[in-house]
Structure formats: structure tokens, C-alpha cells
Ligand binder design. Structure first.
Ligand code: BEZ
Ligand code: FE
Length: 279
């Protein structure tokens, strides 16, 4: 029997062992996963030392997942898999705001702030007022929609990565007013690197890739009766727009900050942006 034939018999046995449960979806997913895993090994003629390198890499990835550090999410992001899953499950509907990956730095329980309030508790940088409305795809304003917002500090770290920042720095939730309006103040975000002190950093280095994400702000926008959207707004013109380390940028999510000329607002920049939710 040839090697190819014996591996085909082996794969048939393995599939039979795992994909005969009473859960149809599980059977479909596990069978496809096994076919691709075995297919990959067969296609490249996987060598033992390569296999052990992969096991070691995955072991270290798991060992790096401590507290808020989520190296497996980062790995999925850096391989473009998170964006692929996002694209598969969030088809744009009728002009609704497009989604983007959540990333490993989302933290629940951000503090509620007043409309017009600030999410910047500490850090120096250019100030910005961000305002707009949350609308339905038919253009009607959505009152009481929630925006859950997070971004990095000017030192290029999220508060969850940095013990020297207040825990809730650059994080906040607010609700839209009766006309669907929202406004908040913050410091204009800058580009930052994903963590490179773990296995994913080594992978990026091996591939000769830089670790930078273009400047962006994360949002989860939700409202009762509507599909919530997890997304990001990216600064147009950022030098890393075309080479995001985690493949998250979409054209419809590029935004333009305007220099503020209204002194009464007391900010350096203004961003006007509406979010649109599908019903
Ligand atoms: C982020 O934007 O927070 C992020 C996304 C993917 C990987 C690392 C960071
Ligand atoms: Fe981010």
C-alpha cells in the first residue's frame, strides 16, 4: 500500500471516529477541519521537526494567555482568520455600518459617561470631539442606542495592558439622545503596535511584517430591535492603513478628522460620524 493510500484510509477512520454524533453542525465542521488538517500535512509532506516546532509554538501561545493577555486571539487576528470570520458573519445590509474585528483588548463593564463627556482620564495629546447620530438603514434616528468605546492611550497601550493608567482610561459607554445623537471627548488616537513580546511577535518577525495597527477607535453600537455592530473607525492617511498587522481595515471605516475652528468647543479636532444599524 502506498503512503498516500494509507493516509487516505487513516483519514477515513479518523473522520468516522469524530463526525458521527447527533449534532449535524458539529459533524460538518469537524469533518472539514480534519480533512484540511490532514490535507495540509499530506500536501507539504510535513516533517517531524516541523510538527514539533508547530506544537511548541502553539504551546507557548497558550502559555502566554495570562489575565488580559490573549495571545490566541492575537494569533487569529494576525493570520487574518478573525477578519475572515467577521466577513463571513457580518454581511453589510442596506448601508449599515460595516463591522471590524474586536481584537484582544475589549473589556466589558466600561463606565457610563454623559453625552458630551470625556473618556480620557489621563494622557497628553491632541483633543478631539466626536459626535454624530445612530440611524436605522431607513435614516430614522435611534434613541437610546448604546455606544461602547475603547482605544489606546497616547503611550500606545490600552489601559488593560498598562498598570500605570487608570483602569477605565479611554473606555466608556454612552447612550444616544432622543434624536439619535451622541458626543464624547477624547485624545486623538495614534497608530500602535500589537504585542510583540510573545509567539505572535516572533511570527510577525519571521515573516518580516511590522506589528503596527493604523490609528483607530473601537465601537460596539447596539440598540434594541437592531443588529449590533462591532467596528472600528480608522484615521484616513495613517501610514499603516494599507498594511494593518491584523488585516482589519475596510474602506467604509476610514474617517477624516477636521481641525476645530469653534473655540467654544475647546478641542483641537472634530470628527462627525453617523453609525447605521440594520433592523
Ligand atoms: C486592537 O485593535 O485592539 C487589536 C486587534 C487585533 C489584534 C491586536 C489588537
Ligand atoms: Fe485597537
Amino acid at each position: 500500500m502506498t503512503q498516500t493510500n494509507s493516509n487516505q484510509l487513516l483519514l477515513d477512520q479518523v473522520i468516522a471516529a469524530y463526525s458521527r454524533t447527533d449534532n449535524e453542525r458539529w459533524n460538518t465542521v469537524i469533518e472539514s477541519l480534519l480533512r484540511h488538517l490532514h490535507g495540509f500535512a499530506n500536501e507539504v509532506g510535513l516533517r517531524p521537526e516541523e510538527w514539533w516546532t508547530a506544537i511548541d509554538f502553539l504551546t507557548r501561545t497558550g502559555q502566554s494567555c495570562v489575565g488580559p493577555r490573549q495571545e490566541f486571539i492575537l494569533l487569529s487576528d494576525a493570520l487574518g482568520l478573525s477578519s475572515a470570520v467577521d466577513n463571513l458573519n457580518n454581511a453589510t445590509m442596506g448601508g449599515a455600518t460595516e463591522s471590524a474585528v474586536t481584537g484582544p483588548f475589549y473589556a466589558p463593564h466600561s463606565p457610563h459617561i454623559e453625552n458630551g463627556g470625556s473618556i480620557a482620564l489621563a494622557g497628553e495629546g491632541e483633543t478631539v470631539l466626536i459626535r454624530g447620530r445612530v440611524l436605522a438603514t431607513d435614516g430614522k434616528p435611534i434613541a437610546g442606542a448604546e455606544l461602547d468605546i475603547w482605544h489606546t492611550s497616547p503611550n500606545q497601550l490600552y489601559a488593560v495592558q498598562d498598570k500605570n493608567q487608570p483602569e477605565m482610561n479611554f473606555r466608556g459607554k454612552l447612550r444616544t439622545t432622543a434624536d439619535g445623537g451622541f458626543a464624547f471627548r477624547t485624545i486623538k488616537p495614534i497608530a500602535y503596535p500589537v504585542p510583540v513580546d510573545g509567539p505572535v511577535g516572533q511570527l510577525l518577525g519571521k515573516a518580516g511584517r511590522h506589528p503596527m495597527r493604523p490609528a483607530h477607535i473601537h465601537f460596539i453600537v447596539s440598540a434594541e430591535g437592531y443588529r449590533s455592530v462591532t467596528t472600528q473607525l480608522f484615521t484616513r492617511g495613517d501610514e499603516y492603513i494599507g498594511s494593518d498587522a491584523v488585516f482589519g481595515v475596510k474602506d467604509s471605516l476610514l474617517i477624516d478628522y477636521q481641525r476645530n475652528t469653534d473655540r467654544s468647543l475647546a478641542v483641537d479636532w472634530l470628527l462627525e460620524h453617523d453609525f447605521v444599524l440594520a433592523g
